[in-house]
Every structure is written in C-alpha cells, then in structure tokens.
Design a protein around this ligand. Structure first.
Ligand code: ADP
Ligand code: MG
Length: 154
C-alpha cells in the first residue's frame, strides 16, 4: 500500500522524519529517492531527531559515502550514494551497514543494485512547488507496512 502526503515546509518534512525515527527498529532500512534539493537530507535530519540525535549532526558532505552517528537510541548510518552511481558497491562497506543493528538511511537509494536489500521503506520526495513536497511512502515487507500504519495513525 503506497501512502502519499504533502508537506508545505522543510520543518514539516523533518517532522515526518522525526515521527518515523521514533518507530524504527534495529536493522531498519529507509531508502530515499528524489532529485537534488527534494528534501532527502532534510528528512534524514528528522530521522536523527526521532532517534534522539541533534539535527545539526546531519549534513551532506560532498565526498562522504557513509556517516555513522552513535549517540541516539539506535545507531544511524547516513549513506549517500549520489557519487556511487551503481559502481563498486562491494568495496564500500555499505552492505555491512545495511545488515547492521543500526538504522540505515540511504539517499539516492535508486543507485543501489536491485536485490541488495529486500525489505525496506522507500521514501520518494517529489517537488510540488518551492516549499511543497510530496512524500510517497512505499513499504516493502510486513514490518514496514506496520510502521507506515503507525506513522499515519499516531
Ligand atoms: P536533498 O538531500 O534531496 O538534495 P536537501 O534536504 O539537502 O535535499 O535540501 C532540500 C532543500 O529544499 C532545503 O534547502 C530545504 O530548505 C528546501 N525545502 C523547501 N521546502 C521543503 C519541504 N517541504 N521539504 C523539504 N525541503 C524543503
Ligand atoms: Mg542530500
């Protein structure tokens, strides 16, 4: 079941991320897709807050593939595949992070080869206007279905 919601500001997008962050379990994988500036990093800041981290810990450094954050309720692995473009995934260590006990938030999830993870929550961010975005949540796997249900009823 796909769920869509509109947000009217970065704060609102971040607030959805924070609500989701509170519901996540060890090993959860959140895939984020959307154009540059769509709000993927903004959403991850929210996830961080929901996990008990400071939003300022999250940034999008130009050449860093993986950033680990350990001060929250669960570890947060912030992964950005933008510069990977599908090549050399084996050498990156990403697969260990995806299989780890933390929460993996993966920007440019579309660059991950098919089949690397089978259960995850896909969050696609789509531009509507300057300050509006559509968030489209697609859960893959029962655990993620339940999380989306909770997110929408909380
Ligand atoms: P990405 O990681 O997808 O490239 P960022 O999160 O880094 O995108 O940047 C999103 C930009 O869009 C920020 O400058 C943010 O302030 C702006 N923005 C405006 N409206 C929204 C919104 N509703 N949700 C998220 N970001 C928004
Ligand atoms: Mg980003």
């Amino acid at each position: 079941m796909i769920h869509e919601m509109r947000t009217a500001s970065p704060e609102e997008t971040q607030a959805w991320g924070a609500r989701l962050g509170q519901l996540l379990f060890p090993g959860a994988v959140i895939g984020l897709d959307g154009d540059l500036g769509a709000g993927k990093t903004c959403f991850v800041k929210g996830l961080a807050v929901g996990l008990g981290l400071d939003e300022d810990e999250i940034s999008s450094p130009t050449f860093t593939l993986i950033t680990e954050h350990y001060r929250g309720r669960l570890p947060l692995y912030h992964i950005d595949l933008y510069r990977l473009e599908g090549a050399g995934i084996e050498e990156t260590g990403i697969e260990e992070h995806l299989a780890g006990q933390g929460v993996a938030a993966v920007e440019w999830f579309c660059f991950l080869p098919v089949g690397v993870v089978s259960e995850y929550l896909l969050v696609a961010l789509v531009f509507v206007s300057e300050d509006e975005r559509m968030l489209r949540l697609t859960p893959y796997g029962e655990r993620y279905e339940r999380i989306v249900e909770k997110l929408l009823t909380a």
